[in-house]
Design a protein around this ligand. Structure first.
Ligand code: SF4
Length: 455
């Protein structure tokens, strides 16, 4: 299909899709547009980091439907992307990324995921399919997603997402580009052979990224602006620095200066916002808020400190509140920065390195060893793994055994981030209480001299 014909089709489809989306929320289109405009009337300088982030995502979603608060409709090229598809090239071409899993999380938070899950299950999607993808499938069937110009997928993280992307390419009749990512690069060592493998992998992915830019040009008519790409990579680097500085304050401050459950909402390393000006501001503001919190003069606390694995339950739940009544969530897998600063003079290879360096895409034993090496006294792990997650839940047993051997308290919760139909806090409560008790006992043992412990 010629790009102009696709634009014409999308323009018509997105009008219907926006109406469907608004109807699902219980609003008509005008009410939805007015609500958005009211939200955008507040100057950014008056917002907290978390509000700035929420507004950025809302703005991006509206633009994907060709809507802009307070303005008439403007066509927006949209690329559906899988979670770890880098965004810098997409933004440098003036295209808006759209991430199904983020949309599913948004529906989960708004109490709107259940209907989409039932739609997908009623249409033949397996009940045990990952609920991020299943919610997206239900939304696709109900035609509430902004139809894409192109679909960009990586072969890693994760398999259900890659399969669903292929399904959507067929369903919307849109071209798909798949970036093939070699496995296990993050865990390579420093031997000559490992360095050679790393360089080959970087070159392999960098060439594909150049091919991807050509593919986008062919399918949309938009050319890659190299100076713009450099500028955008610079923004990613700057946002990364603020995020890391904020992470350090959050993890090491005592008493804590952040609410861990709110921090999980950033899910920074999965986000489609890398490369935007706004996300630099979001992470800078977050850091400044933490700095101000650190000056409060409160006394240090001995509460257990939790490192959170995977994402949070997005639906309304009792679990997170209960955990935070007894412990502090000080860091998370999803806010961890795993890649180095990117080289502005070598954009494709830099982006390739960043995509390749995902600890989650290497052997479980090696990534677990890295985690063990980075745990501190007084910290334990809560892994909230969706039962349907083929990638993380399937690793839980090996992780738990390794953590036990290393003496690191770990609690694995078989949950779901989006689907609340199996949520049963009372069943979990006993296990959580036992876990906190083990953390407190460990803290006491660490504090007592060996003689007092009879050793
Ligand atoms: S929960 Fe697991 S299966 Fe689902 S999108 Fe995330 S990594 Fe993939």
């Amino acid at each position: 299909m010629a790009p102009a014909q696709r634009v014409k089709q999308n323009t018509e489809q997105r009008k219907i899709q926006f109406g469907n989306f608004a109807a699902m929320t219980g609003l008509d289109e005008d009410a939805m547009t007015e609500a958005a405009a009211a939200q955008f009337a507040v100057p950014a300088s008056e917002l907290s980091a978390s509000h700035k982030r929420g507004r950025l995502l809302a703005d991006q979603l509206l633009r994907s439907f060709n809507k802009r608060p307070g303005q008439s409709d403007i066509y927006q090229f949209v690329a559906w992307r899988s979670l770890f598809m880098p965004t810098e090239i997409i933004y440098a071409m003036g295209i808006m990324p759209f991430t199904i899993e983020m949309f599913a999380a948004h529906l989960g938070m708004s109490g709107l995921a259940g209907g989409r899950l039932e739609t997908a299950e009623g249409s033949g999607f397996s009940p045990d399919l990952c609920s991020f993808i299943k919610t997206g499938a239900g939304a696709m069937i109900e035609d509430i997603l902004p139809s894409p110009d192109i679909i960009l997928t990586t072969s890693h993280l994760c398999d259900p997402a890659a399969k669903f992307a292929a399904h959507t390419a067929h369903r919307y009749n849109r071209p798909e580009f798949v970036l093939d990512i070699p496995y296990g690069i993050w865990s390579l060592g420093s031997s000559i052979s490992d360095i050679r493998k790393l360089n080959e992998a970087v070159g392999y992915v960098a060439c594909q990224l150049e091919d991807m830019a050509e593919f986008i040009t062919r399918e949309t008519g938009i050319k890659l602006d190299m100076p713009k790409l450099t500028e955008i990579i610079g923004r990613t680097n700057e946002a990364r620095r603020w995020l890391m500085m904020g992470n350090d304050l959050a993890r090491y401050a005592n008493p804590v200066i952040s609410k861990g459950s709110k921090e999980l909402n950033y899910a920074a390393n999965l986000m489609q916002t890398w490369g935007t000006e706004e996300i630099v501001d979001v992470y800078r503001t977050r850091y400044e808020e933490f700095q101000a919190g650190g000056r409060s003069g409160r006394t240090a606390s001995s509460r257990p400190r939790i490192i959170w694995f995977h994402l949070r339950p997005y639906y309304h739940n009792t679990l997170l509140g209960y955990i935070e009544d007894h412990a502090d969530i000080v860091h998370s897998q999803v806010n961890h920065v795993f890649w180095d600063e990117m080289d502005l003079n070598d954009p494709f290879r830099s982006i390739a390195r960043r995509v390749l360096m995902s600890p989650a895409y290497c052997p479980v034993r090696q990534r677990t060893e890295m985690i063990i090496d980075n745990m501190h006294k007084g910290e334990g792990i809560i892994a909230f793994y969706p039962k349907s997650c083929r990638h993380f839940h399937s690793s839980a047993r090996i992780e738990a055994e390794m953590m036990k051997q290393a003496g690191i308290p770990m609690l694995t919760i078989d949950g779901d981030c989006i689907d609340n139909r199996g949520d049963d806090f009372l069943v979990l409560k006993t296990r959580i209480d036992r876990f906190f008790k083990s953390l407190r006992l460990q803290a006491r043992d660490d504090a007592e001299p060996l003689s007092a412990q009879g050793r």
